[in-house]
Ligand binder design. Structure first.
Ligand SMILES: [Zn+2]
Length: 130
């Protein structure tokens, strides 16, 4: 492995470690279903925070999903396992597209098939959200 790969992998791992620190209280409240109470206009409301979605551009999505941020890799899409040659193929049917899921990507990482799936061999913090 090159030092550039190691540096980018370290940065990616550090980014996800930071996300873990930021979102850990939300994950904890979501899992325990305890939440917190807040008084608004004299009435008590109970909240359970959760992350509904993240709006990202392509490079950010690759960072969050830990997929390779490169159009020349085998599977450049962070959402599915479409092959590079078919990335702009408008004739594909939906049954020809294999979606990336938490489960399949975790299996790929456990089996050290990162390159084959164009995903970094790191634990993704967002897999803790279920
Ligand atoms: Zn896709």
């Amino acid at each position: 492995m090159t030092s550039a790969y190691n540096d980018s992998t370290k940065k990616l791992q550090m980014f996800h470690n930071c996300l873990h620190k930021i979102f850990a209280p939300i994950v904890s409240m979501q899992r325990s279903q305890k939440g917190f109470e807040e008084i608004i206009n004299g009435k008590i409301y109970w909240f359970i925070p959760f992350v509904a979605m993240c709006l990202l551009d392509w490079p950010e999505a690759c960072t969050y999903c830990m997929t390779y941020n490169c159009y020349n890799c085998l599977h450049p899409c962070h959402f599915c396992l479409i092959e590079r040659e078919n990335l702009n193929n408008m004739q594909l049917h939906s049954d020809q597209i294999i979606l990336r899921t938490h489960t399949t990507m975790q299996q790929a990482i456990q089996n050290e098939l990162g390159k084959e799936n164009s995903i970094h061999l790191l634990n993704n913090f967002f897999w803790e959200f279920r």
